[in-house]
Design a protein around this ligand. Structure first.
Ligand SMILES: *Cc1c(COP(=O)(O)O)cnc(C)c1O
Length: 365
C-alpha cells in the first residue's frame, strides 16, 4: 500500500483508500430497508469492537457530541470529573456548560488521577457519575478504567468513559468491566473519516437516563436507544460516513480485535524504544512524557530538549512528506505527538520515526 503510511496525526488518522471510496455510493432513503441493512452492518459490527452485547449508538457528530450526551443523560446529581489532560478538562467543562454541578479531582497532567484521590472524593459526597478519559490524547497517558469502574460502583456512582483514542487500539471490555457509558469517535483508532461518534450505555444507565430532566433533543440517548430497535437513527444520519464505517468495521473484525490490540502495543513499543535510541543518537534529552506504567498504545507525546521547538520538528517532518502532531494545550511548547494508531503498521511507524530522527538531527546540527 504505497499510498498509505505518511499521516501520523493523533486524530484524524490516516484512512485507507477502500474506506474513502466507499463514500462515493449514492444517497438512499434513511427510512427504508436498504438503509436498515447498512445500519445493522455498522451497529452489529461495532458490538464486538466494544466487547458488548448492548446496542451501539451511532451519532452524526464528532466525539464531543457523545461526551455531551453522557453528561446530559446521567441521572440527576453531582458529577465527579477526573482531570489529567486537555480532553478530560473538556469533559469537566461540558458538565459545567450543561448546568451540572461538577467537582474536579486531579489536575496533574503527568499521569492518571491517583485512585486514592478518586476514592476520597467519592467518600466525601454522593456523585451520580464520574467522567474519565481513558487515553489522554494530549499526553499519551492511559488510565485504568477497569479499576475505576470497580471503585465507582462501590460508591453507587456511574462511570462515563471517553475512550476516543482507546477503543479499537487498547483493550476496552465494556460489558465485563461494567462500564456505564463508553464513547469514541470515528477518526481515531477506528481509522474512519471524522464525523461519526459511537457509544454504548449499560441497561442501568439508560434506564436511569429517563430521570435526567435536561437531556435536550439531539443527544438524547433514550431516543437513540428507541431507534436502534428499528436499525435507524433519530434524525438524518451522515450517510456517506456510514458507508465508510461499514467497510472499516468489517476490516477491523477481519483483522481481529485482539490482533489489533497487539499491533498497537507493538507500534507503541517501537516508538518508546526509538525515543531512547534518539537520546543516545543525538545526545539530547528526548523522553516519553507519560510514565512507564500508564502509557497509551495509540499516541506518544515526546518531550523535546530545551531550545528545540516542537513546531520546528513538525515542520521539518512535513517538509519530508510526513505528518505528525504538535504538542497540545499546556504541552504545546514542550512536546510533539505521534499517533501510532488505526491502520498503521510497525513498518510504517518505523518509517516515520526514521524521518523524525533525521529532521531532529538536522535541526540540532
Ligand atoms: C479527539 C478527542 C476528543 C474530541 O473528539 P472530536 O471528535 O473532535 O469531538 C475527545 N476526547 C479525546 C480523548 C480525543 O482524543
Amino acid at each position: 500500500m504505497s499510498d498509505f503510511g505518511t499521516f501520523f496525526l493523533p486524530g484524524p488518522t490516516e484512512v485507507r483508500r477502500e474506506v474513502l471510496e466507499a463514500m462515493l455510493q449514492p444517497m438512499l432513503p434513511h427510512r427504508g430497508a436498504v438503509f436498515e441493512q447498512l445500519f445493522a452492518r455498522v451497529e452489529g459490527g461495532l458490538r464486538p469492537i466494544f466487547r458488548t452485547q448492548r446496542p451501539v449508538y451511532v451519532s452524526s457528530s464528532s466525539a464531543t457530541g457523545l461526551m455531551e450526551a453522557a453528561i446530559r443523560c446521567a441521572r440527576p446529581g453531582a458529577i465527579l470529573c477526573l482531570v489529567n489532560g486537555a480532553f478530560s478538562e473538556r469533559f469537566a467543562n461540558i458538565a459545567q456548560a450543561c448546568g451540572r454541578e461538577a467537582t474536579v479531582v486531579g489536575g496533574e497532567w503527568s499521569g492518571p488521577v491517583p485512585l486514592d484521590e478518586v476514592e476520597s472524593a467519592l467518600r466525601t459526597r454522593k456523585y451520580s457519575a464520574l467522567t474519565v478519559v481513558h487515553s489522554e490524547t494530549s499526553t499519551g497517558v492511559l488510565s485504568d478504567i477497569h479499576a475505576l469502574a470497580r471503585l465507582a460502583h462501590a460508591y453507587d456512582c456511574a462511570i462515563l468513559v471517553d475512550s476516543v483514542t482507546g477503543l479499537a487500539g487498547v483493550p476496552v471490555e465494556t460489558d465485563a468491566w461494567g462500564l456505564d457509558f463508553v464513547l469514541t469517535g470515528s477518526q481515531k483508532a477506528l481509522a474512519m473519516p471524522p464525523g461519526l461518534a459511537f457509544g454504548v450505555a449499560s441497561e442501568r444507565f439508560i434506564a436511569e437516563a429517563r430521570s435526567a430532566e435536561s437531556r435536550g433533543l439531539y443527544f438524547d440517548l433514550v431516543e437513540f436507544e428507541q431507534y436502534i430497535g428499528k436499525h435507524q437513527t433519530p434524525n438524518t444520519p451522515a450517510l456517506s460516513l456510514l458507508y465508510a464505517a461499514a467497510v472499516q468495521v468489517e476490516h477491523i473484525n477481519r483483522e481481529g480485535l485482539e490482533q489489533r490490540w497487539a499491533r498497537h502495543e507493538a507500534m507503541a513499543e517501537h516508538t518508546w524504544s526509538w525515543v531512547h535510541e534518539l537520546r543516545r543518537l543525538v545526545g539530547a534529552p528526548f523522553g516519553v512524557y507519560a510514565p512507564d506504567a500508564a502509557r497509551s498504545h495509540t499516541v506518544t507525546a515526546v518531550t523535546v530538549p530545551p531550545g528545540l521547538s516542537p513546531d520546528a520538528v513538525v515542520k521539518a517532518v512535513a517538509e519530508r512528506g510526513y505528518v505528525i502532531g504538535g504538542g497540545y494545550g499546556r504541552l504545546k511548547g514542550s512536546t510533539f505527538r505521534i499517533g501510532h494508531m488505526g491502520d498503521h503498521t510497525v513498518g510504517g511507524v518505523d518509517a516515520v520515526l526514521e524521518v523524525v530522527a533525521e529532521s531532529v538531527a538536522a535541526l540540532l546540527r
